[in-house]
Design a protein around this ligand. Structure first.
Ligand code: SF4
Ligand code: FES
Length: 365
């Protein structure tokens, strides 16, 4: 059996070895944390996904050991495979941060600012991105796009104005259901998810388009406006389902099941697809075997106040690596060389009352 060669790649100063053929994005996900670029269209479970949204752009500062020239432009990390000796910059590149700011601004050009009434709020990847990279104001002066309404039946609500055209739902319907009948119509400013999606609704797995949608363009009508996700308690549960694995996350308030979704991994991707019957028609707690509370990513708004992991509400007692999944910091700087605050000569706890700029200017304690 031929061994898969391993390539060494350095991302944001952290070096790892990955099998040849791995994309930069997946190599970065192996390191984890913020080293992994955001991905609004790539979905590891969907063949052909990626390359649409440009949120995952990175800078390749060294092409490979053999050809160390940097790549002339930023590249989509979900579509670029690593080379041996490659060096990549994600959050350590000013160009990348600047480009990402621009992309978020671009994605928000037509996106309505309706987070307060959107069911996706609290688990929306675009909302997270705009917190990290968005601008407070808009430079867009034109009327935002509007669309003819499409009724997708009793289970799925389409808000086309929120769609970022990532194509995930198209791939989901294509690869998971027997007959994919919706797609992206038109091009450019007129592009929209449309036509015949209505006819797709009799398919038992079409509900998964709700889980793959990174924004609130496809939401669950059986949950719509019923509650905010951060008020609900996510629980792992299963049942004996003849159609799918029956392994789901229940979103409960007290004993009441408000919503059923597939279980998602740390990148927000579905672990196992679930059927429509589990998702929409099994909302009685007695029909489920509860396994226990679902562990939620500590950065999620849902985790606020009740994160069950090692960090969050528990005070970290260890070093940076211990509270950062074993990762070392990728940037180190001497705080004293960049800041007048924290000069070793200033012993703050000896000051009588709050510190004042004079304390630092005069450099006495
Ligand atoms: S509806 Fe959602 S999943 Fe489908 S293309 Fe638009 S943003 Fe992507
Ligand atoms: S995730 Fe790479 S282009 Fe969208």
């Amino acid at each position: 059996m031929s061994e898969q060669p391993l390539f060494k790649v350095t991302i944001d100063n952290i070096t790892i070895e990955v099998p040849a053929g791995t994309t930069i994005l997946n190599a970065a996900r192996k390191i984890g944390g913020e080293i992994a670029p955001p991905a609004m269209c790539y979905y590891s479970k969907l063949e052909g996904s990626g390359g649409k949204c440009r949120t995952c752009l990175v800078e390749v500062s060294k092409g490979s050991e053999k050809d160390p020239r940097p790549m002339p432009k930023l590249v989509a990390s979900c579509r670029t495979t690593v080379m041996d000796g490659m060096e990549v910059k994600n959050i350590t590149s000013e160009k990348v941060v600047d480009a990402r700011n621009g992309i978020v601004e671009f994605l928000l050009l037509n996106h309505p600012l309706d987070c307060p009434v959107c069911d996706q709020a609290g688990e929306c990847h675009l909302q997270d991105l705009s917190y990290n990279h968005g601008k407070a104001g808009t430079r867009y002066e034109f009327q935002r796009r509007t669309f003819k309404k499409h009724d997708l039946g009793e289970h799925i609500q389409l808000h086309m104005t929120r769609c970022i055209l990532c194509y995930r739902c198209v791939f989901t319907a294509d690869q998971l259901t027997q007959k994919r009948e919706h797609g992206v119509l038109d091009r450019g400013d007129h592009a929209e998810i449309a036509t015949f999606i209505e006819k797709n609704l009799d398919n038992e797995f079409i509900g998964n388009v709700i889980d793959v949608c990174p924004v609130g363009a496809l939401t669950d009508k059986t949950f719509r406006f019923k509650n905010r996700v951060w008020f609900l308690k996510p629980m792992n549960a299963h049942r004996n389902c003849p159609t799918c694995s029956g392994k789901v996350t229940l979103w409960n308030r007290g004993d009441e099941v408000y919503r059923v979704t597939a279980r998602k991994d740390q990148w927000g991707e579905v672990e196992e697809w679930i059927c429509n019957t589990c998702r929409f028609d099994t909302k009685n707690a007695s029909e489920w075997v509860i396994e226990g509370p679902r562990e939620i990513d500590r950065h999620s708004v849902i985790s606020q106040g009740h994160y069950a992991g090692n960090i969050g509400t528990n005070k970290p007692t260890e070093t940076f690596a211990a509270v950062n999944d074993g990762r070392q910091p990728q940037l180190l700087m001497d705080i004293h060389s960049v800041s007048d605050v924290n000069k070793p000569g200033n012993t703050l706890n000896k000051l009588n009352g709050p510190a004042h700029s004079n304390n630092f200017n005069n450099n006495h304690d």
